[in-house]
Design a protein around this ligand. Structure first.
Ligand code: AMP
Ligand code: GLY
Length: 428
C-alpha cells in the first residue's frame, strides 16, 4: 500500500521512517517532507502545502490510490484537512476541525474539561487586560498565563512573580505578539509535579495507548530559559507507573472520548495529553494536543516494533479495540532518548542557511531524524529552529542517553545548540 504523510518535521520523519519498515507498505509519500527525508530513497515527495494545497493533495490521493493519509502537525487539522478528505471518501487519520479545538483553543479545552469533570488546573479566561491584571493580583504568583490559540508551544508564561505575570498579560493582550492567538488569555493555577506526555490513538470510540514519554520544553539545561517546542524527549516515562497509567485512562482519556462523542464531535486521531503528575500520583491535564508530540514521536517510534500501518488501519476502521492484542508485542523494552539539535538563537530568532556536516549513518537502533533541514544542490542546510533530533535506543536510559549524545557530537553546523541533560529526571 501507499501512505501519504503530511508535514515536514522530525515527527513526520520518524513516522514515515517507521512506516517504511512495514512489509505491507510499498511507498511512503511526504508532503512536503524535509532535507533529510529527501536524502532517503525510501520516500517520495510532493511539493504541496498541507494547509493551502488540500485540493491538490486529495486529488493526488485519489489518483494514486493512496491507502491512507496521516496528518503530522496541528495547522492542517485546524484547517479542516480531515473533514475535507473524508468528504471526498478518502481515508485519513486525524481529528476533524471541530475536534481539533481541544488543541487549537485552550479556552475550548478548559471549558470542555470543566463540563466533563476531567482533572485540570482551575482557570479563568480574559479578553479585557484590566480584568486579567486584577485577577492575577487577587490570585498571586506563581501563576500561568496562556495565549488562547495556537502559538507553537511558545504562548505560555509560567510566571513566578507578579510583575512577570502582568508583563505576560500585556504582551499577549496589548502588544498583540501572538496575533489572534493571543486575543484571549487563559490564566490558570500553577500545578506542582512532574510532567509526562501520554499519547493515545483514537477511533471515535476506543483509545489505544502508545508508549509514554517525557519532553524537555525549556531551552537550557536544568529546565531553564524560555519554553520551546521541545528540546528532547525520552520514552518510557518512569513517572507513569502502571497505577498512574490506569488512572489516566480512567479519569482522563475515556472521559474525553465519551465527552467528545456526546457533544457530537467524536474524537479520531492522536490525542496527546500533557500531564502534570503530583507526588500523590494524581494526573492533571496541562494541555491537549490533537497530534503526536515533537520530539516525543522520535523516541516513541524508534521503540515501536509492531506494524504501525496495521494500527492505522484499525484506527481508521473504528476497530482500535481489536488492536489491544497487539499491545504486548508492540514495544521494544529498551528505552530511547532523542536530543534536539537546534539552531543558534532558537527559539527567538533561529539562524538558518548553514551547511550541516558529520551526519552519522542511520542504524535500526540509532537514527538522526530531520526537521529544519533542506537540500540545496546536494548540500544539506539548516532551515528552521529545531534542525535535527538524534535518537537512540539503549540497554538502559543512561546508555540510550550516551548513544544519542555520541550522535549529537558528530554533527556540525554553525551555532548548533543542544541540551546536555535530556533524560536527567529518569536517569536520577
Ligand atoms: P502548554 O503549552 O499549555 O503545554 O504549556 C507549556 C508548558 O508550561 C508546560 O509543558 C508546562 O511545563 C508549563 N505549564 C503550563 N501550564 C502549567 C500549570 N498550570 N502549572 C505548571 N506548569 C504549567
Ligand atoms: N513536544 C511538545 C509538543 O509536541 O507539543
Amino acid at each position: 500500500m501507499k501512505i501519504l504523510v503530511l508535514g515536514s518535521g522530525g515527527r513526520e520523519h520518524a513516522m514515515a521512517w517507521r512506516l517504511a519498515r512495514s512489509p505491507r507498505v510499498q511507498r511512503v509519500v511526504l508532503a512536503p517532507g524535509n532535507g533529510g527525508t529527501r536524502l532517503d530513497a525510501a520516500f517520495e515527495h510532493l511539493a504541496l502545502d498541507p494547509v493551502k494545497d488540500q485540493t491538490a493533495l486529495a486529488d493526488y490521493a485519489e489518483r494514486e490510490g493512496v491507502a491512507m493519509t496521516l496528518v503530522g502537525p496541528e495547522a492542517p487539522l485546524a484547517a479542516g484537512v480531515v473533514d475535507y478528505f473524508r468528504s471526498r471518501g478518502l481515508k485519513i487519520f486525524g481529528p476533524t476541525r471541530a475536534a481539533a479545538q481541544l488543541e487549537s483553543s485552550k479556552d475550548f479545552a478548559k471549558q470542555f474539561m470543566k463540563r466533563h469533570a476531567i482533572p485540570t488546573a482551575h482557570f479563568e479566561t480574559f479578553t479585557d487586560p484590566a480584568a486579567a491584571h486584577a485577577y492575577v493580583d487577587a490570585k498571586g504568583a506563581p501563576i500561568v498565563i496562556k495565549a488562547d490559540g495556537l502559538a507553537a508551544g511558545k504562548g505560555v508564561v509560567v510566571a513566578t512573580t507578579l510583575p512577570e505575570a502582568h508583563a505576560a498579560i500585556d504582551t499577549m493582550l496589548l502588544d498583540n505578539k501572538f496575533g489572534d492567538a493571543g486575543a484571549r488569555v487563559v490564566i490558570e493555577a500553577f500545578l506542582e509535579g512532574e510532567e509526562a506526555s501520554f499519547i493515545v490513538m483514537c477511533d471515535g470510540e476506543h483509545a489505544f495507548a502508545l508508549a509514554t514519554s517525557q519532553d524537555h520544553k525549556r531551552v537550557f539545561d536544568g529546565d531553564k530559559g524560555p519554553n520551546t517546542g521541545g528540546m528532547g524527549a525520552y520514552s518510557p516515562a518512569p513517572v507513569v507507573t502502571p497505577e498512574v497509567h490506569a488512572r489516566v485512562m480512567r479519569e482522563i482519556i475515556r472521559p474525553v472520548l465519551a465527552g467528545m462523542k456526546a457533544e457530537g464531535m467524536p474524537y479520531t486521531g492522536f490525542l496527546y495529553a500533557g500531564l502534570m503528575i503530583n507526588a500523590a500520583g494524581e494526573p492533571r491535564v496541562v494541555e491537549f494536543n490533537c497530534r503526536m508530540g515533537d520530539p516525543e514521536t522520535q523516541p516513541i517510534f524508534l521503540r515501536m516494533k509492531g506494524d504501525f500501518s496495521v494500527l492505522l488501519e484499525h484506527a481508521i476502521a473504528g476497530r482500535l479495540d481489536a488492536a489491544e492484542r497487539l499491545a504486548e508485542q508492540l514495544w521494544d523494552h529498551r528505552p530511547a532518548v532523542g536530543v534536539v539539535l537546534a539552531a543558534q538563537h532558537y527559539p527567538e530568532t533561529p539562524r538558518t542557511g548553514d551547511p550541516i556536516s558529520g551526519l552519522p549513518p542511520d542504524a535500526e537502533d540509532a537514527v538522526v531524524f530531520h526537521a529544519g533541514t533542506r537540500l540545496e544542490g546536494g548540500q544539506l542546510l539548516t532551515s528552521g529552529g529545531r534542525v535535527l533530533c538524534a535518537t537512540a535506543l539503549g540497554a538502559n536510559l543512561r546508555d540510550a542517553q550516551q548513544r544519542a549524545y555520541r550522535l549529537v557530537d558528530q554533527i556540525q553546523f554553525e551555532g548548533k545548540q543542544a541540551r546536555r541533560d535530556i533524560g536527567w529526571r529518569a536517569v536520577k
